[in-house]
Design a protein around this ligand. Structure first.
Ligand SMILES: [Mn+2]
Length: 321
């Protein structure tokens, strides 16, 4: 009998997506004798999602549900692109969705344990734990998020300055066979990490002048200039006592308003940022929200309104307490 055709694992190109691909590739090989190759997916490929992977044998991890995927695992609440796709999903021996999982690799390992009698390797359990930290931003402190030196955090930062999109495929290959320490000490990872670290330092340095106000624990900033580098937690690094940050940032498709809760200074009755941003045709989760604006002027107005709303709610909460 001819060997079965290898399967292509399409993975979300970020730390937990890459670990997911490596873990699944190894598990399929070990438990089912299936060989695989892998490739990163990007959001543009959603446009013809129905035709995605036509004629190939494939799996999808940490990305949208696809009914033709032979194996599929995801934890994103927004995984189903249409109600019809949602109807086609049910948990099976080959598919699993767990929107409560902080990242994707732990659910793949759990599934393989329960359904395929898989006994996980220690290094994959380590990668799965770090995937939760990185994907759900469960860092101990803002200092760890920005300067954490553990192998997983070095790799995650290196990914921010990768040389080409398909570079991640070789990192997945390394994750499939090695430990985080081994992957982090690759020469190309070290080089990208160095570049990404310099970018971080520049971004942190450039942030303070973008701040417009910090009243009532809400940092409002305007980083719309494309000369400003962005670092996700800059506001909370410079303003550790703040509760929220709301800002304007440039994207490839125009200006974006982003709002985030300070993960290291959480107060009890936080507002739902995703719901607030829905009023501006955006969305998100409780702790992070965003919306695209038709113009820079609109983006600035929306950011100002969101900041005002947060401040009003915080100061009325304090008054009634
Ligand atoms: Mn991911």
């Amino acid at each position: 009998m001819a060997a079965a055709e290898p399967i292509i694992i399409h993975y979300h190109r970020d730390f937990d997506g890459m670990v997911s691909a490596a873990v699944l590739a190894r598990i399929l090989e070990q438990t089912k004798g299936i060989q695989s190759t892998w490739r990163g997916v990007n959001y543009d490929q959603r446009r013809n999602w129905e035709g995605f992977g036509a004629g190939e044998r494939f799996a999808v991890v940490d990305f949208h549900f696809h009914p033709r995927a032979e194996f599929w695992f995801d934890h994103h609440p927004t995984t189903f692109l249409t109600p019809d796709l949602k109807r086609q999903y049910k948990e099976t021996d080959r598919w699993r969705w767990d929107p409560k999982s902080p990242s994707c690799p732990p659910m793949i390992i759990k599934h393989a344990r329960e359904r395929w009698s898989y006994v996980p390797e220690e290094r994959f359990l380590d990668m799965a734990n770090w995937s939760d930290v990185v994907d759900a931003a469960l860092y101990e402190s803002v200092e760890q998020a920005l300067y954490g030196d553990q192998p997983a955090l070095r790799i995650a930062r290196a990914l921010l300055a990768g040389p080409a999109p398909d570079w991640s495929d070789s990192i997945v290959a390394a994750m499939k066979v090695g430990t985080l320490e081994e992957v982090a000490s690759r020469e190309d990872v070290e080089r990208c990490w160095g570049r990404a670290s310099r970018n971080r330092d520049k971004a942190l340095h450039q942030f303070p002048p973008t701040v417009q106000s910090t009243d009532d624990g809400v940092v409002l900033y305007d980083a719309s200039s494309n000369k400003i580098r962005r670092e996700r937690f800059a506001a909370f690094y410079h303003h550790p006592d703040s509760l929220y940050a709301v800002g304007v940032i440039p994207t490839r498709s125009g200006f974006h308003v982003t709002a985030g809760r300070n993960p290291w200074n959480i107060h009890e009755d936080g507002l739902h940022l995703g719901e607030i941003l829905e009023r501006y045709e955006g969305g998100g989760h409780r702790a992070v929200g965003g919306a695209n604006a038709p113009s820079l002027q609109d983006a600035r107005r929306i950011a100002g309104e969101v900041a005002r709303l947060l401040r009003e709610s915080l100061s009325s909460g304090a008054a009634s307490a």
